[in-house]
Design a protein around this ligand. Structure first.
Ligand SMILES: NC(=O)c1ccc[n+]([C@@H]2O[C@H](COP(=O)([O-])OP(=O)(O)OC[C@H]3O[C@@H](n4cnc5c(N)ncnc54)[C@H](O)[C@@H]3O)[C@@H](O)[C@H]2O)c1
Length: 436
């Protein structure tokens, strides 16, 4: 990649991060080839359509595909810059160990087509040391190329880590405007990656080393998790005292140096609920706070199940609406979602009484099969259900006026209806034990 000629770009992994990133880069005029292992994803994008829900993404992808700036296939082909945005889940060992096999597989495919002058950037959230591991793997595959940090001379390629910190629902705006940390294997690698991001990012790009950038991303999400855990713990204490946690937090936040976050039914998604474990797993003896926060947030899910079950059992003839399955408001992402776990547990316990409202789902997830629970819309739920469990703060739920729900028995885990009279019931002992 030299001078001012526009580089060609390959984005590997076309999911919630990779596809918007590919489209934004293409919009800036660079030719982008997207790669995904899933054929249906590739076919959808090549038709100018999208397979995920994200504000304004459909029009953007349609436009760049029509202009020939974005193409997709299942094979990695030659490019000047490679951006890797594949999943980094837990290993299936039950110990929350990070699984970087998708990253290494993507890097192995990049190595096959790599040439001198290329830049490789890892964007997947990764445990500290992953970028260096990726470099070592590429070095083993391509001994003909001098690798950064492994040669005394000028390396043939540049390798950097640049994490994403976008908020689903605002991804296009945040991809362009958020500040970024760009960590190079060497300072030269960081400068090469910086030159690439400057072509389409308006936020400030700060360069550092790869390991610091990897750790920064994990720290950001662990910080959020710990602070949400404080709010969730308060909500459980408030329930045990018969207090309204929303009122207590509202009042406490009037202190000029207090800013307590919002409680919820637990913490979900594939970032905040996952990434703190990457720190714990690397340094178990130094992370009691981060580990405890994870436990508190997971425990909140059982607390919600207990409270909701008590309300359902206190109204034995009532139909029950579970409002929302997504892990946060106004998105179609149900991964690691506490709302989904709560609703599915209630569906298994109470079967046909459970009516699930999720405007962002075309159908109920697999675990609802055979439970008897049904999918419905908000208007039908308001007509037919006497008990309402609010699990997600989708705008469509927030907009329901008090007049349409004043006679309902409501358990609102998100605090979206502050004017709703509170339903107070005692959970069963077994449920209280699990929550505790
Ligand atoms: N979604 C978010 O809000 C968010 C925010 C910040 C960081 N991240 C991180 O970004 C990374 C990607 O997350 P996502 O939400 O986009 O995941 P995703 O599951 O939506 O998308 C990943 C895509 O990669 C594809 N893939 C897997 N292995 C591949 C390979 N070897 N070659 C090509 N394609 C491959 C999958 O088919 C999938 O389409 C993760 O590390 C995640 O933690 C996500």
């Amino acid at each position: 990649m030299r001078g001012d000629t526009l580089p060609t770009v390959s984005v590997i992994g076309l999911g919630y991060i990779g596809l918007p990133t590919a489209a934004i880069i293409a919009r800036s005029g660079m030719r982008v080839h997207g790669v995904d292992v899933t054929q249906s994803v590739v076919d959808t994008i090549n038709r100018g359509e999208i397979h995920i829900e994200e504000v304004d993404l459909d029009g953007l992808v349609q436009g760049v595909v029509q202009r020939g700036l974005l193409t997709a296939s299942t094979e990695v082909t030659a490019a000047d810059v490679f951006v890797i945005a594949v999943p980094t889940p837990f290993a299936k060992d039950g110990k929350h160990t990070p699984d970087i096999s998708y990253v290494l597989e993507a890097a192995r495919n990049v190595a096959k087509v790599l040439k001198a002058g290329d830049v490789i950037i890892l964007e997947s959230t990764s445990p500290v040391g992953t970028t260096a591991q990726m470099r070592d793997m590429i070095a083993a595959e391509r001994p003909d190329l001098a690798m950064p940090g492994l040669t005394d001379g000028t390396p043939d390629v540049s390798i950097a880590y640049c994490p994403e910190r976008v908020l689903p629902g605002r991804i296009l705006e945040e991809l362009t405007n958020n500040d970024r940390s760009i960590g190079g294997i060497t300072p030269r690698c960081a400068r090469k990656a910086l030159a690439f991001y400057k072509r389409f990012v308006r936020g400030t790009c700060v360069t550092t080393d790869a390991a610091s950038a990897e750790m920064t991303k994990l720290v950001e999400n662990a910080y959020r998790d710990v602070n949400i855990a404080f709010a969730n713990e308060l909500s459980m204490v408030a329930d045990s005292m018969g207090l309204d946690v929303w009122e207590v937090i509202r009042l406490a936040n009037r202190h000029p140096r207090v800013n307590i976050l919002t409680p919820g039914p637990g913490v979900g998604g594939h970032c905040i609920a996952v990434d703190p474990w990457f720190i714990v797993s690397a340094s178990p003896e130094h992370t009691p706070l981060i580990r405890t926060a994870r436990g508190v947030n997971d425990g909140k899910i059982h607390h919600v199940i207990a409270q909701a079950s008590a309300l359902v059992e206190a109204n034995p003839n009532a139909k029950v609406a579970c409002l929302g399955l997504a892990f946060k408001a106004n998105i179609d992402d149900f991964r690691e979602s506490p709302a989904r776990l709560v609703a599915a547990t209630l569906a298994r316990r109470y079967g046909t009484r459970i009516h699930v409202v999720e405007p962002y789902a075309a159908e109920l997830p697999r675990e609802f099969e055979g439970t008897g629970a049904v999918r419905t819309d908000i208007d039908t739920a308001l007509e037919e259900c006497e008990v309402m469990i609010v699990l997600v703060d989708h705008d469509i739920f927030k907009s329901v006026p008090l007049a349409e729900r004043a006679d309902k028995q409501v358990y609102d885990t998100r605090g979206i209806w502050p004017d709703q009279p509170r339903a107070v019931v005692e959970p069963a002992l077994e449920d209280q034990r699990k929550a505790g």
